[in-house]
Design a protein around this ligand. Structure first.
Ligand SMILES: *Cc1c(COP(=O)(O)O)cnc(C)c1O
Length: 389
């Protein structure tokens, strides 16, 4: 065997996003014991920083040892017991994954299905909740498979009105658009490190309300997965000091998350959100000047995930292969019903810069021209300059 040397890539897909040098440097610092007092102080600081990031001062916030999907699984498996009713709004791949998990938890799952590219319709969700008593309403705030943003405040308010606990997937939203857990009065909200937090994949920050914690400690049955059982997990992450061993925290990954949180607060959360919005506007202006069009209606677009229609006669996969080979640039393909129909261009965290926008448009126009689609790179870059002037 030889050491693995990854190529240098520019990551503008649906995640992971570019990891900044300061986070990579933090990951390489010496490993210490997970019960070392210095490490416990780091854990406390991360908990507090996540409360601030989520705006969840009264929630328990911890980073779970696993990717964003671990947060989803923890939320569903901890809250639901066999036979309980769960309404899942599905408007893309990740809503579908939540419904599958709720089914595996033994819940009675009711889905509210939407065409891909649309936001979740609060009126249809409300109708599903009005039908029968419901334990959990689950939905995705930022659907990365389509680039559509849903109205989390309204959906959480509907859950409250019908006495259901809300589960909100904020994997792609956290750090890129406003996530306001206290303002929404949301119950369980989870995210991931490799999207707008720009740390490597492997950790899933999660926030649990007092209502959610009470529901979990009052369960009739044990949670069916051990690693993500919140009752056990909090004996490790919960109190200050006095931790009992549950699992060994991914120590260096937590150095990376900590550094990415330091970077976000240095920039300012609001400033980071404005940066995502500006880069999105610049990218869309450039794409449109190049003759391309967006899948999602303007009012519901996610700045950090831009879904672009593949023009008639253009080979979707060949364009991605071209920009990867020629520019070391990764963009995403469509999933499910959007396979072959769209590209997904991420502007997440450290990948949301003017340099990334210009590079992506230059590479994309070159790839399109190679296939005989006339995309005017000069016009695209001029449109970006006008937006960012
Ligand atoms: C990426 C993503 C996930 C899953 O995260 P992983 O880190 O890939 O496990 C879940 N939900 C949404 C909306 C995502 O974008």
């Amino acid at each position: 065997m030889q050491s693995f040397q990854p190529p240098r890539r520019i990551l503008m897909g649906p995640g992971p996003s570019d990891v900044s040098p300061r986070v990579l440097a933090a990951l390489a610092r010496p490993t210490i014991g997970h019960l070392d007092p210095e490490f416990q102080a780091l854990m406390e600081e991360i908990k507090g920083a996540l409360q601030r990031l989520f705006n969840a001062p009264d929630h328990a916030c911890v980073p779970l040892p696993g990717p964003g999907t671990a947060g989803m699984e923890a939320a569903i498996m901890n809250l639901l017991e066999p036979g309980e009713r769960c309404v899942v709004a599905i408007n893309g791949a990740f809503g579908g994954r939540m419904a599958d998990m709720a089914d595996r938890a033994g819940a009675t799952v009711v889905t509210v299905d939407h065409d891909w590219g649309l936001p979740v319709d609060p009126a249809r969700v409300e109708a599903a909740l009005a039908d029968a008593p419901t334990k959990v309403l689950a939905f995705v705030h930022a659907e990365t498979s389509t680039g559509a943003k849903s109205d989390a405040a309204s959906l959480c308010a509907i859950a409250r009105r019908y006495g259901a606990l809300s589960v909100v997937d904020c994997v792609t939203s956290l750090g890129g658009i406003v996530v306001d857990v206290a303002g929404w009065d949301a119950d369980v909200v989870y995210s991931g490190t490799q999207k707008c937090l720009s740390a490597p994949p492997g950790l899933s920050p999660i926030a649990l309300s007092k209502r959610a914690q009470a529901a979990i400690s009052g369960r009739k049955e044990k949670v069916r997965n051990w690693l993500l059982d919140f009752n056990l997990l909090m004996s490790y992450w919960g109190g200050e000091g006095g931790r009992t061993y549950h699992h060994t925290a991914p120590i260096n990954a937590l150095y990376g998350l900590h550094e990415s949180l330091v970077a976000i607060f240095e920039e300012g959360q609001q400033a980071a959100i404005v940066r995502h919005a500006r880069m999105h506007e610049a990218l869309v202006a450039g794409l449109e000047a190049a003759g391309l069009s967006m899948l999602v209606a303007e009012a519901h677009r996610l700045p950090q995930l831009n879904t672009v229609r593949v023009p008639e006669g253009v080979n979707e996969a060949a364009v991605r292969a071209h920009v990867l080979k020629t520019w070391d640039l990764e963009i995403g393909a469509g999933l499910g019903p959007l396979k072959g129909q769209v590209w997904r261009i991420g502007l997440m965290g450290a990948s949301a810069t003017a340099w990334h926008v210009r590079l992506c448009l230059t590479a994309l126009c070159e790839a399109l021209n190679a296939q005989g689609f006339a995309a005017d790179v000069k016009a695209a870059l001029a449109a970006v300059d006008r937006k960012l002037a």
